[in-house]
Ligand binder design. Structure first.
Ligand code: SF4
Length: 746
């Protein structure tokens, strides 16, 4: 007899963590709806949530390991795949050294608990310095900036807007109505943004496009791509110049205030106005508004990160927050206090450093163990000691998401070994020698251990699997554990034994880190009392029980346990963000470092850019509501309708170049050329054109027919791996100089 039930869990497709209710009959998904009883998302979902059903049912999704055989593929068994891959990796390591084995993991890892928790274990088994991941595409500037200012490893040192209480939200280079928050976990972004205005607050958007968020705002200002740092430093200048600096909760807890004042002296609103495209009077008015508001938050995201001065722009955002007294203030920017504190398992110590080693070819600094992705292709293509010969890709279509993707495709094609953990044969995995498919989100348990560190409200929700994975299909953590064990020489070990070792590695530093909270608790006691026997769920149970709301393994009987969390099927609201700046600061000085030398030193580069002539046409990206990762392009419900992969051009530029709406344009950059259909619109500022990324599905050898029927063009054929934010090594994806001509003349 068939069994009908409803499973409540979090949606896995963006950082919003919306609650969904999935109606299921046996292992058939009947529907996906918003969970009205979820205390965080209150029933909100966007069209992507339905993708959980479509991706689960997608007949083109891979179910068994594939091994390349010339130009074709053959299915093999899991044990054979593990054995062959491990043997080939070990042989490469023995011949060329540890750094010859590289890894790259993509954004979906954050939505797969097993991948997130077992990736470090696998990386440890590799013992290689050739580590790349998607954070190195779009997040390193924020990681580096908050690391130096607060002394914390990502993500616990990133303050997020207290959006539900703010009186003034300045959004710069971000489009939360479409992204639903990034480095800011915020379900129902449209509702939360509208509420700012409904309670009498102000929403200001600064962006080269009149975005979906800008349409909800009180005010929108265009800004030239790559000039956010100049604009934010002009705000900082005005705050000092007009005697508006007020530190609020940070008073007595900062170092470097005089250095910041001196550094900002050169950036008068009048001096930067023409370059930014924002007149000086407006900049000064905004500075006064931010200072006068009862509470205010400056939030910057992709547009402030993936550009030439990403670290300086990220620094500018937090300087504005701190100097207007809004750090750690309700309604300002605050730090989440997650129920399962993943940072408890990080090595102890004060301060923050980058560049403990540098990449072999262009000398990019290591950040948190990662080499910037802009260096990945050159590390594969450039001969010599330490050349990367094999790559292990974890859930990434990086030849569509990384800069200069044609070069990266050439690099992947020449590897001795490419292994991809992915459930699609896509533009990247078609270069692989082995593809190891994982179950989809509906088939695995989940807890947002990373995203709740960046949440605008403290919440906790356990996501059970809605349907069973296929009989012998391993979960991602099992794939990583099996391969990792073989690489460390424990190939014959039982999964339980491997997992016991892994959980102990987490437990010992994590329990030591909370010794003050739970006196007398030892790792042995905690491990002995865990009720879940194996896997990621056991680790989440450990973190929950030692966390700030936990039961401390019996020391706080009313505290949170995994059982209580599972019983609260819609999730648990743990309340609004609370002040915790003193707890967060982990610098060697014990103060928030306002003027790290990395940022001060980078101002010289900013000056040089200001002195150089402005580029005439700059390309930026954009994201649309129905697209996150490129895998969503194989889901019919998310690609239907008119072509969204068009080049947006301002009418003045279109007239000057001779482009027609609906016609085609040839776009050229230093590294590539593409032809894209044109949309003429005043939604982009003059001198700026916009093309979304993640498209370009016309490559041979993929197995994604829906995506192939809606190919679009690959914007990252234009982005330049050699143009990057020097401070963090992040490639410029927004602000690529391009030339454009009508395609009909080519
Ligand atoms: S906003 Fe994000 S989390 Fe919410 S339903 Fe859409 S994709 Fe899912």
């Amino acid at each position: 007899m068939s069994e009908k039930r409803t499973v409540h869990r979090a949606c896995p497709f963006c950082e919003g963590t919306c609650g969904v209710s999935i109606a299921v009959e046996d292992d058939r998904i009947l529907s996906v709806r918003g969970d009205d009883a979820d205390p965080f998302s209150r029933g909100f979902i966007c069209p992507k949530a339905y993708g959980m059903k479509e991706i689960y049912e997608d007949g083109e999704r891979l179910r068994r390991p594939l091994r390349r055989r010339g130009d074709t593929w053959e299915e093999i068994g899991w044990q054979q795949a593990y054995d062959e891959i491990a043997a080939r990796m070990i042989a490469i390591r023995e011949q060329y050294g540890n750094d010859a084995l590289g890894t790259y993991s993509g954004n979906p890892v954050v939505h797969d608990l097993g991948a997130l928790l077992y990736r470090p274990v696998f990386q440890k088994a590799l013992a290689s310095r050739s580590m790349f991941n998607s954070a190195a595409i779009d997040t390193l500037p924020k990681i580096v900036q908050t690391g130096f200012m607060f002394g914390r490893q990502f993500p616990t040192g990133v303050p997020v807007p207290d959006i539900d209480r703010t009186d003034y939200l300045m959004v710069i280079g971000a489009n939360p109505v479409v992204s639903h928050g990034s480095l800011m976990t915020m379900p129902d972004a449209p509702g939360r943004l509208k509420a700012v205005r409904q309670r009498g607050g102000k929403l200001l958007v600064i962006d080269p496009r009149r975005t979906e968020t800008a349409r909800l705002a009180d005010e929108h200002l265009f800004i030239r791509p790559g000039t956010d740092a100049l604009f934010l430093l002009a705000i900082v200048h005005t705050l000092f110049d007009e005697g508006l600096v007020e530190l609020g909760a940070a008073d007595g807890l900062v170092a470097g205030l005089d250095e910041v004042e001196a550094a900002a002296r050169a950036y008068t609103p009048e001096r930067v106005a023409e370059r930014c495209g924002i007149d000086a009077a407006t900049t000064r008015r905004i500075a006064r508004e931010l200072a006068a508001a009862p509470s205010a938050a400056c939030y910057g995201r992709l547009g402030t990160c993936v550009q030439e001065f990403g670290t300086l722009a990220s620094w500018g955002c937090d300087l504005v927050n701190i100097l207007t007294g809004n750090l750690d203030r309700p309604g300002g920017v605050m730090f989440a206090n997650p129920a399962a504190p993943i940072d408890a398992a990080l090595p102890p110590g004060k301060g923050y450093a980058i560049g403990r080693w540098r990449s072999r070819v262009s000398g990019q600094p290591e950040v948190g163990g990662l080499i910037p992705s802009s260096a990945m292709a050159e590390e594969i293509l450039t001969p010599g000691d330490g050349q990367v010969r094999a790559m292990f890709l974890l859930m990434t279509n990086s030849v569509r998401s990384a800069a200069n993707s044609a070069q990266l495709e050439r690099a992947f094609a020449q590897l001795d070994l490419l292994v991809a953990v992915d459930f699609y044969l896509n533009e990247t995995t078609r270069h692989a020698h082995y593809i190891l498919p994982t179950p989809t989100a509906a088939e695995h348990e989940h807890y947002d251990v990373g995203l709740y560190c960046l949440s605008v409200r403290n919440v906790a929700k356990w996501s059970p699997a809605a349907v069973h994975a296929e009989a012998d299909a391993p979960h991602t953590w099992e794939i990583l554990a099996n391969l990792g064990a073989r690489l460390m020489g424990f190939g014959g070990a039982a999964l339980q034994d491997i997992d016991d070792l892994v959980v102990r590695q987490y437990a010992e530093p994590a329990v030591a880190a909370v010794a003050e909270r739970w006196p007398g608790l030892s790792a042995d006691e905690a491990l002995g009392k865990l009720e879940n026997p194996i896997g990621p769920k056991r680790m989440v149970e450990l973190l929950l029980r030692i966390g700030p709301y936990g039961d401390g393994f019996g020391r706080n009987p009313d505290g949170l346990t995994m059982k209580k969390l599972e019983a609260s099927v819609h999730g648990i609201d743990l309340g609004p963000l609370q002040p915790r700046l003193r707890e967060i600061i982990n610098t060697e000085s014990g103060l928030v470092e306002l003027a790290p030398s990395l940022m001060l030193g980078d101002l010289e580069r900013l000056e040089r850019r200001l002195a150089a002539p402005a580029e005439q046409l700059l390309l930026i990206g954009r994201r649309d509501l129905r697209s996150t990762n490129s895998f969503t392009h194989n889901l019919r419900a998310l690609v239907k309708g008119p072509d969204r992969c068009t080049l947006q051009v301002h009418p003045d530029d279109a007239a000057r170049i001779g482009l027609d709406d609906g016609g085609k344009a040839l776009i050229s950059s230093r590294v590539g050329r593409v032809i894209a259909p044109v949309t003429i619109t005043d939604e982009v500022m003059p001198g700026v054109v916009s093309l979304p990324h993640g498209w370009g599905h016309d490559a041979e050898g993929t197995r994604q027919s829906t995506a192939r029927a809606h190919p679009g063009v690959n914007a990252n054929l234009l982005s330049d791996d050699q143009a990057y934010d020097t401070a963090s090594g992040t490639a410029v994806l927004f602000g690529t100089p391009v030339s454009i001509e009508p395609a009909g003349l080519v």
